[in-house]
Design a protein around this ligand. Structure first.
Ligand code: R5P
Length: 286
């Protein structure tokens, strides 16, 4: 088996290959002057199963994934597993207004035609994977997040909204500390209102967990509400650190003690690795 790293996920793919004890191959990807993608796998043949690790976000990464897969199959790859650490368009998983596309389903339709297995991590909604006809698995990052924070003095885990309540329960349960969720109302794409926490936060070292941070609006509002309620410290760990614009800078300059993400999107704060859980899933077979 060969693990191929696309440009979004080179380090993660390398780590997965190491965990599996198999070969790692980095796709050599560049852009033509007009922006189109060029990629090449530096090999003569590929008579084995391959695992391609690549995000589908931003859009250019999806094109790169399609080209890598074509190059691998063209050289004789047997079965192809796609590991999609961050699955773009997962949030448009239903029609909010008439006339919209079901973007998550469109992405699934494309992937369904090009691989034999799909592995994702903390999809916005797990049911999105029901659109795949091949074996598929959405892995949970709660284990790696809890492992990272074990012994670091966290004494409460909170989700910023009810949608992430299960994640707070999972991480809090693993750490053996109380967990709860806040109540969030979205005011606009960048602004949210967070109600004061029901749980007693006074003097607590709180960890907020969420599936993703995009603009940072949710987490900045949650951290402010918790500090207001008397929390001793507030840290945040998300699975997908999308960090649009200056979000990461605003987060690190806010009331937060720590900002961490998993390495599904690589950045200066993506210190929590999902390589082990991905390797375990790939090791179970196609
Ligand atoms: C919402 O349902 C998600 O779980 C995140 O809370 C949200 O996408 C975060 O977005 P932002 O960082 O822009 O507030």
């Amino acid at each position: 088996m060969i693990v191929i790293g696309g440009s979004s996920s080179v380090a993660l793919a390398q780590e997965i290959a190491r965990e599996l004890g198999c070969e790692f191959l980095r796709a050599s990807t560049t852009r033509f002057p007009d922006g189109e993608c060029y990629t090449r796998l530096d090999r003569d043949s590929m008579d084995e199963d391959v695992v391609i690790v690549q995000n589908t976000y931003p859009d250019g990464n999806l094109v790169e994934m399609l080209l890598i897969r074509d190059a691998a199959v063209g050289m004789g790859a047997k079965r192809v597993a796609m590991v999609i650490p961050y699955f773009g368009y997962a949030r448009q998983d239903r029609l909010f207004k008439p006339g919209e596309p079901m973007s998550a389903r469109v992405m699934c339709g494309i992937l369904d035609r090009i691989c034999d297995k799909v592995v994702t991590i903390d999809l916005h909604k797990e049911s999105t994977l029901d659109n795949f006809s091949h074996p598929h698995r959405d892995l949970k990052a709660a284990g790696p997040i809890a492992d990272y924070f074990r012994g670091k003095g966290i004494d409460m885990v909170l989700a910023p909204d009810i949608g992430a309540a299960g994640r707070a329960k999972d991480v809090g349960g693993r750490l053996g500390v109380p967990y709860d969720h806040l109540e969030k109302t979205r005011l606009s794409g960048t602004e949210v209102r967070i109600k004061p926490a029901k749980a007693d936060c006074r003097g607590r070292n709180i960890l907020i967990v969420d599936d993703m941070i995009s603009t940072g609006g949710t987490i900045i509002a949650a951290a402010a509400a918790l500090k207001e309620a008397g929390a001793e410290s507030v840290a945040v760990a998300c699975t997908h650190g999308v960090f649009v614009g200056d979000a990461l800078e605003r987060l690190t300059n806010s009331a937060l003690k720590d900002v961490l993400s998993c390495n599904t999107i690589e950045s200066s704060v993506s210190k929590i690795s999902v390589a082990r859980i991905v390797a375990e899933e790939i090791g179970r077979g196609f």
